[in-house]
Design a binder for this molecule. Structure first.
Ligand code: G6P
Length: 479
């Protein structure tokens, strides 16, 4: 099991960066999923014969590695019981709500935890089997918090990084977790633990001091075996140039124009694009919009709200409840305020490729991103990247990680309905010069800190914390 592999860089993430696409004739193929992570890592993966270990989704795919677009992908199959306990259960009904400020109530079940341990061990074993001597392994996100320590036990030679894409909660919430100490020790297997915001890193260090009893100083944890672990913020970003280029393409521009036309050429198009998740604040934002119609501040003849909700985690009870609630609310609002051919809300429960997203961003006057809690929120950054005309307004929750960088957005507290109504209206009616000034500043921010810079910053810091033995990772081929 611990015979070394040949990869100098191993990415370990719950999901592989590909989706299985089935064609009409029954044939199927793997297609790279549109995530930013793979875009950032692809060049450095190619340059270092990188391997990506992850779950391909479903329950029926066997674990044979395969090549895709110059990367080696190692699929880890989950059984139906593991999908239920490890993925839907512990990952998405325990950790997810707990780390998102208890927006929903987390459930604690011992058999879910046992499954989480088993699956994390399998991921660690597969990573260990693929990594070369002294290789770099970068573990991603909350589904795999035990992997760093399990991996270090198998392969002490490895340089291990971990990045948490979601918020890391304050001690007051985290300590509800019956397995809090095991999770902290799992993460401490890494040399560098990355968070979206400095607050998450500070929460982690404080908890390690209080709960595990290690000595800490600022962002460093001193372990008894003389190892040090650093906890630091690395705010993730997007492929800025990729989105900007796409937004300028003729096909996206045409599509954006036709979207506006199909909506009846309204004065103001509001847009929300989210996974259908209770952390995203979809319900409150639609209510705020409907109250503006009710109050006569907006007119359905001139304003429309397009809400795209991507299906997500549909077997988890809280997500089913949310779907019903949103369905009902949209029905209500359209019934009360819509006219023939003029629904107040154009609601799409579907997922779209990057091109269509870019066209929607181009078509929208006001982008509305109002999560109750969000690690970063890349939709906000994607919108900014697509507004090359420096027009368009962003309404952004203070509780999204992105709010720390996108200071010029119309920032809102999503729990404050009147505040949201005021912000929606202010964004929609702002002076064009004010909109432009804000958008220009936000575009500069995202351009300077894109996802390639994020990956580089993390890997450079890992070099600092644990200098590579001999070989350094080769920089990207394309750079
Ligand atoms: C969030 C998480 C990711 C996760 C994604 C989609 O962005 O941070 O780790 O992959 O949601 O969720 P899913 O459960 O479909 O993988």
């Amino acid at each position: 099991m611990t015979t070394n592999g040949s990869a100098e860089l191993v990415i370990v993430a719950n999901r592989l960066p590909v989706d299985r696409v089935t064609h009409d004739d029954g044939s199927s193929e793997w297609r790279v999923s549109p995530g930013g992570l793979v875009t950032a890592l692809e060049p450095i993966m190619r340059a270092n014969e990188g391997v990506w270990v992850g779950w391909p989704g479903g329950t029926d795919v066997d674990g044979e590695p395969f090549e895709h677009d110059g990367m080696t992908l190692v699929p880890i199959a989950l059984s139906a019981l593991e999908v239920e306990r490890f993925y839907e259960g512990f990952s998405n009904a325990t950790i997810w709500p707990l780390y998102h400020d208890l927006v929903a109530k987390p459930e604690f079940h011992r058999e879910w935890w046992d499954s989480y341990v088993d699956v994390n061990r399998r991921f660690a074993e597969r990573a260990a089997a693929n990594a070369a001597e002294n290789a770099t392994v970068w573990v991603q996100d909350y589904q795999l918090q035990l992997v760093p320590q399990l991996l270090r036990e198998l392969r002490p030679d490895l340089r291990i990084g971990f990045f948490l894409h979601i918020p890391f909660p304050p001690a007051e919430l985290f300590q509800q977790l019956p397995w809090r100490r095991q999770i902290l020790e799992g993460l401490l297997g890494a040399d560098l633990v990355g968070f979206q915001l400095p607050g998450g890193a500070a929460n982690f260090v404080r908890l390690v001091r209080q709960r595990v009893g290690h000595k800490t100083h600022r962002d460093l944890v001193y372990l008894p075996d003389n190892r040090t672990v650093r906890a630091e913020a690395f705010p993730i970003s997007i492929d800025y140039e990729g989105f900007a280029r796409l937004a300028k393409s003729a096909s996206v521009q045409d599509r954006a124009a036709s979207i506006r036309k199909q909506l009846g050429d309204p004065g103001t198009v509001f847009l929300g694009i989210d996974r259908l998740d209770y952390t995203k604040g979809i319900y409150s934002r639609l209510r705020a919009f409907s109250e503006l119609l009710r109050d006569g501040e907006l007119d359905v003849e001139d304003s429309v709200f397009v809400q795209v909700a991507t299906p997500s985690r549909e077997n988890v009870e809280e997500y089913r409840v949310l779907r019903d609630e949103i369905d009902r609310l949209v029905g209500h609002i359209n019934g009360d305020y819509g006219r023939i051919g003029r629904p107040a809300i154009s609601y799409l429960h579907s997922s779209y490729p990057r091109e269509e997203m870019a066209a929607l961003y181009r078509a929208a006057d006001v982008m509305v991103v109002t999560p109750y809690r969000d690690g970063m929120n890349l939709v906000a950054k994607e919108y900014v990247a697509c507004r090359y005309d420096e027009n368009g307004a962003l309404v952004l929750s203070e509780f999204a990680g992105a709010a720390a960088e996108l200071r010029q957005a119309w920032q809102v507290n999503p729990y404050d309905l009147n505040g949201m109504k005021a912000a929606l209206l202010a964004a929609a009616t702002a002076d064009p010069r004010d909109r432009q000034r804000r958008m220009r500043a936000m575009r500069r921010t995202v351009r300077q800190a894109d996802v390639a810079a994020w990956a580089k910053a993390f890997l450079d810091e890992l070099d600092e914390v644990r200098p590579p033995h001999g070989k350094k990772l080769k920089p990207t081929l394309t750079a």
